[in-house]
Design a protein around this ligand. Structure first.
Ligand code: ZN
Ligand code: ZN
Length: 133
C-alpha cells in the first residue's frame, strides 16, 4: 500500500475518483482499504445521484446478465451505516465515522450550522485531533 504513495505521478483513487493529490496520506489509506482487493472496480450511477464505485462481478450467464455492478460504500466505524459523499471525502477528519456518530463522539449537535460547506476548513487543523491516536 505504501508503494502507491511513493509514485510521483497522479493516481486516481478507485474509491472517490479524485486524484491522490486531493487526499491526505491518511485519507488515501482509508479509501484504499474500502476497495476490495483483487476485484474489478468500475463505477455506476444509482438513480440521479453521482456515480459511485462498484465492484464488477462476472457471472456465468449470457450477456448482458453476466455482469453485475455491486456498489461499494464506506461504512461508519461505529454504527455501520453507509457514508455520504461529504463523509467519505473527510473520512480522515471524521476518523472513519459518519457525521452523526462523529458529532456524538465529539459532543456536537448533529444539525449544527458548523456542518455547513465550510466546516472542514473550520476543522483544519482540528484542535481535538491531537488527542486521537
Ligand atoms: Zn479517495
Ligand atoms: Zn455512524
Amino acid at each position: 500500500m505504501s508503494q502507491i504513495l511513493k509514485k510521483p505521478q497522479k493516481i486516481t483513487c478507485n474509491f472517490c475518483g479524485k486524484s491522490n493529490k486531493n487526499h491526505s496520506a491518511e485519507l488515501w489509506e482509508i479509501h484504499q482499504k474500502v476497495i476490495p482487493k483483487g476485484e474489478k472496480i468500475g463505477s455506476m450511477r444509482i438513480g440521479f445521484g453521482p456515480s459511485v464505485p462498484a465492484k464488477i462481478v462476472e457471472w456465468n450467464a449470457d450477456p448482458p446478465y453476466n455482469i453485475e455492478y455491486i456498489p461499494i460504500y464506506m461504512h461508519c466505524g461505529k454504527c455501520g451505516q453507509a457514508m455520504g459523499n461529504t463523509e467519505v471525502a473527510t473520512a480522515d477528519v471524521l476518523n472513519g465515522l459518519c457525521t452523526k456518530c462523529f458529532c456524538e463522539e465529539t459532543g456536537q449537535k448533529y444539525d449544527s450550522p458548523f456542518f455547513g460547506p465550510s466546516w472542514r476548513r473550520m476543522l483544519d487543523p482540528p484542535s481535538w485531533r491531537s488527542s486521537e491516536k
